[in-house]
Design a protein around this ligand. Structure first.
Ligand code: SF4
Length: 367
């Protein structure tokens, strides 16, 4: 066993230089080490059941508008106000989607949208207050850091103020979307009008400082290098050392269909390699989600042996990735079957990764 392998197996931190070395190791070796790290992870013990459990969430994407003036080169979802199929959802439409979520035992909405240039502060605060009052049992996981940077600019308010107002109005936690690769040279190439690395990290630091939790993400396989990916992971790990506010990490490969950015689609081999490396490198983020939505259900299962301890969510109505050509769908029964087939117990969880329903005993859940 090499010194570096011993470092990993002892649960010790690896440096960025070491991560670059590990990146070239055989995939099976990386997977084995990531699986060991998964089983050692703090905060995922689940009362002694830890290693056997794979969690999942029942939530719903609600993309409140597709109007956006950022025009990211990797995005197939946005429309301008001139496009016939642009929309802004009404409160009644959003309520209708939440009623459907409640009917299948869901407990969270993922509320995200394009950067609409005209919606004002009161539109957002009224929506949040309404949802908080009407659906107190549903966590509002919403508004990625680039959206918050956009709000601060459009509303003419400091970021701290905007995040604080949204929190007071009912926002529960923040998704890690819009991170892509947290290296400004890369961001300039793929999304030059989106917030920079510092802007993304600042929203998360502010939110964590207010007691809100968030996820962390990485979209790779476009114009970045492996060293860029590791720099991205380093940014997340450094912030987590300061705040401890990230509950989970999720990575996926760029889905190129219907987008301006023309690169070859990255294969599952590379996805597994990066997820395993991320699990090893991000020693302070307790949970890793497999990304069956982009990789497909079978690869979602395999990813559970490459560092993931969570199967993500049911994702009722996923719009953004499906606009880019990927359209995997699962029912709850299928999700639970896939987890069992991979050798684990499926447990529904909440946003804090607390277990909600015993395996096979979730009477409110239906396919
Ligand atoms: S990824 Fe988000 S910010 Fe970029 S164009 Fe699409 S909707 Fe707009």
């Amino acid at each position: 066993m090499s010194r570096l392998e011993a470092t990993i197996r002892d649960g010790k931190r690896v440096t960025a230089e070491e991560a670059l070395e590990i990146y070239d190791w055989p995939l099976a070796r990386l997977g084995k080490l990531a699986d060991e790290r998964r089983n050692q992870a703090k905060g995922a013990d689940y009362g002694g059941r830890g290693k056997e459990v794979v969690t999942y969430m029942v939530d719903r994407n609600i993309n409140y508008t597709n109007v956006c003036d950022v025009y990211c080169k990797f995005c197939a979802f946005y429309r301008t106000e001139k496009d016939a199929d642009h929309y802004v959802l009404s409160q009644e439409q959003i309520d209708g989607k939440i009623e459907e979520l409640l009917a299948v035992g869901g407990n969270q909405i993922l509320l995200q949208g394009g950067h609409h240039p005209k919606l004002n502060l009161e539109w957002y605060l009224n929506l949040l207050r309404h949802l908080r009052a009407k659906y107190p049992q549903v966590n509002i996981h919403g508004f990625s850091p680039p959206e918050f940077n956009h709000f601060a600019e459009v509303f003419g308010l400091p970021l701290e103020k905007v995040v604080g107002l949204f929190r007071e109005a009912g926002l529960g936690s923040i998704p890690g979307g819009g991170a892509e690769i947290l290296v400004d040279r890369v961001r300039q190439k793929i999304a030059p009008r989106k917030c920079d690395t510092e802007g993304w990290l600042r929203v998360m630091e502010i939110a964590h400082g207010m007691g809100m939790r968030s996820s962390a993400t990485m979209m790779f396989g476009h114009v970045e290098t492996p060293a860029d990916r590791i720099e991205h992971l380093g940014q997340l790990r450094d912030l987590q050392d300061r705040t401890g506010g990230f509950t989970a990490f999720i990575c996926w490969t760029f889905q190129p269909e219907n987008t301006v950015l023309k690169v070859a689609k990255m294969g599952s081999h590379e996805y597994l390699r990066m997820q395993a490396l991320s699990r090893i490198f991000l020693d302070n983020i307790p949970n890793v989600q497999s990304s069956w939505v982009t990789q497909g259900p079978a690869m979602g299962q395999v990813a559970l042996k490459f560092g993931a301890n969570d199967f993500g969510s049911l994702m009722m109505e996923e719009n953004v990735v499906s606009s880019a050509g990927t359209s995997f769908r699962l029912s709850l029964d299928e999700m639970r079957r896939l987890i069992r087939e991979a050798g684990y117990e499926p447990w529904q969880r909440n946003n804090e990764y607390e277990l909600l329903g015993e395996a096979g005993e979730s009477p409110t859940l239906m396919a």
